[in-house]
Every structure is written in structure tokens, then in C-alpha cells.
Ligand binder design. Structure first.
Ligand code: GDP
Ligand code: MG
Length: 268
């Protein structure tokens, strides 16, 4: 754990102003995975401090080679992984931190600036006001406000997302519109599950299937997203074809795997 001097551990909530989301959402940790995001990470952290001042922030620097950690604003805890673990390992590290420090809610948001901080409260509000264990921010659901600009992925990427959406629907019966969205919020039970085990490579679609099979409730809420303006996506075109094949195979294998105890088994 790299910490700037004078940094308290675990992170303490920022005092004011009050959150924009529902009254007392509980202790909330924002986990930001960042791999070579030196150009965007400062803005992401600062925006989150403005829009979710009650939440704690943890940046997972996933073995970046561009000094991402130096661009993180001061007094922000950073977990600097010794080498690049990939998004799955980076996220599991964040969820372990959340579990150890007893957070009620974890919010996952990209470090590349694609997920606007002013949308984050929607996920937390939906989580606290519904019976969902995991809320996914969807760029494909109609917005509450039609004037909100939304992000339309390039055609090839949209096609890939469509294939995965169909597959998830066939395997779970769930109509999740944005299975690859990494803009998510979850409760304490899911934090515990993710701290124990988390898929490695392209985890977002697998998590939906596995949580559903373990009896957890998954909902979506509409959010706006931006195109990436700095750094590089982990899924360029050719890798995208491989991604779909790999996710398909992983989802089929997941039908025979139960990494987490059924949710009902934990309930009195
Ligand atoms: N490319 C990449 N991103 C990682 C890795 N570990 C963590 N991340 C972060 O995970 C988030 C999602 O990755 P991204 O490439 O933006 O995925 P995309 O939005 O689906 O194109 C970003 O904040 C990355 O910085 C990794 O090993 N590779
Ligand atoms: Mg991204």
C-alpha cells in the first residue's frame, strides 16, 4: 500500500457537504482500477470528491508504467500492485480492502474518465432503494432526462456487446442491457463474495451469471458514459473478437462452477 504522508488509514470520510444520494447509504468505498491512467486519474478522483463527498476513495494502481500513482491527488489512498494483475485481480484487491474495512457499499468506476462522477449517486440510490445486491450502470437504458448525452460505442464494439447480452440472457433469463459495464455498485454480501473470489480476465459478464446463480439480485440503472479520450482500451478490435470467444467459453464453464455460497445459505 503506497500512502502519501499524513494519510489516515483506513480512509476517513470527507465531512461536508451531504451526499446527493439517499439519506444514509452507509459506509461507501469507491474503487478505481487504473492501469496507465496518468492523464485522467486526477480528474476522476477530484470529480468523485465533489459529487460523492461522503465516500472514501481507493485507487488500485495495477502495475502502471506511466507513473499513474504520481498523478493521484494527495490524501487519496493508493493500492500499488507490484505488477500488472489485470482488471480482475485489481478489482478483487479493491473488494478485499472493502471487506476488511467493513464497508457497506462498494462502487466501482473506471480510472479513464469514461464514467462521469455525477452519475455515481444514481447507482448508490438504486442499490439502497431496491432489493438489488448489485447495480449496473447501463449506457443503453433510456435516460431519465432525454437531454443527457449518451455514449454510443463503435459498431463493432456494439455488436460484441450485443452477442454477450444475448448469451447472458439465454443462460440466466436476465435482460441486462450493459453486461460489460464496469460502472457498478454492490452491497456488503457481494463485497464479501468478491473479496473471496473474482473472475480474472474480463470479469463483468461472468459476475452477472455467477451472482445470479448464487441467488443474488442484479438490477440496472441508466447512466451516461463518455468515450475514452486518454490512454488505451484493454479491448481493441482484434482483441475484441478474442474477447467474445473467451467470454462465451468462460460463461459456459461458469455453469458448472459455484465460487460463492448461495445468498440464502447466509441468511437466518
Ligand atoms: N487495460 C487495462 N486496464 C486495466 C487493467 N487493470 C486495471 N485496469 C483499469 O480498468 C478500467 C477498465 O479498463 P478499460 O480499458 O477502460 O476497459 P473498457 O472501458 O471496457 O475499454 C480502466 O480504469 C483501466 O485503467 C489492465 O490490466 N489493463
Ligand atoms: Mg474504460
Amino acid at each position: 500500500m503506497h500512502k502519501p504522508p499524513n494519510n489516515p488509514s483506513p480512509p476517513t470520510p470527507h465531512p461536508t457537504p451531504q451526499p446527493k444520494c439517499s439519506e444514509d447509504p452507509g459506509k461507501c468505498l469507491i474503487i478505481i482500477p487504473a492501469y496507465n491512467e496518468s492523464a485522467s486519474i486526477a480528474q476522476v478522483v477530484n470529480d468523485l470528491r465533489t459529487h460523492l463527498p461522503h465516500a472514501d476513495i481507493l485507487v488500485i494502481d495495477d502495475g502502471s508504467t506511466d507513473n499513474t500513482h504520481k498523478a493521484v491527488p494527495s490524501h487519496t489512498p493508493i493500492l500499488r500492485l507490484p505488477f500488472n494483475l489485470g482488471i480482475g485481480g485489481a478489482m478483487q484487491a479493491g473488494y478485499r480492502y472493502a471487506s476488511i474495512h467493513n464497508y457497506d457499499i462498494a462502487l466501482q468506476i473506471d480510472g479513464d474518465g469514461q464514467h462521469p462522477a455525477d452519475q455515481a449517486h444514481k447507482l448508490i440510490t438504486k442499490l439502497t432503494e431496491s432489493n438489488a445486491d448489485l447495480i449496473i450502470g447501463s449506457r443503453f437504458l433510456p435516460n431519465d432526462n432525454d437531454n443527457d448525452p449518451n455514449y454510443t460505442p463503435p459498431a463493432t464494439r456494439a455488436a460484441g456487446i450485443g452477442v454477450i447480452r444475448t448469451l447472458v440472457r439465454l443462460l440466466t433469463g436476465l435482460h441486462i442491457t450493459d453486461c460489460t459495464s464496469g460502472f457498478r455498485a454492490c452491497n456488503r454480501d457481494v463485497i464479501k463474495a468478491f473479496a473471496h473470489w473474482y473472475p480474472e480476465d474480463y470479469p463483468e459478464p461472468e459476475v452477472i451469471l455467477l451472482l445470479h446463480r448464487a441467488g443474488f439480485n442484479i438490477h440496472e440503472t441508466p447512466v451516461t458514459m463518455r468515450p475514452r479520450t486518454t490512454g488505451q482500451t484493454s479491448i481493441p478490435f482484434l482483441k475484441g473478437v478474442f474477447y467474445i470467444l473467451k467470454v462465451t467459453f468462460a460463461l459456459l464453464l461458469d455453469l458448472s462452477r459455484s465460487p460463492w455460497p448461495n445468498k440464502k445459505a447466509n441468511q437466518p
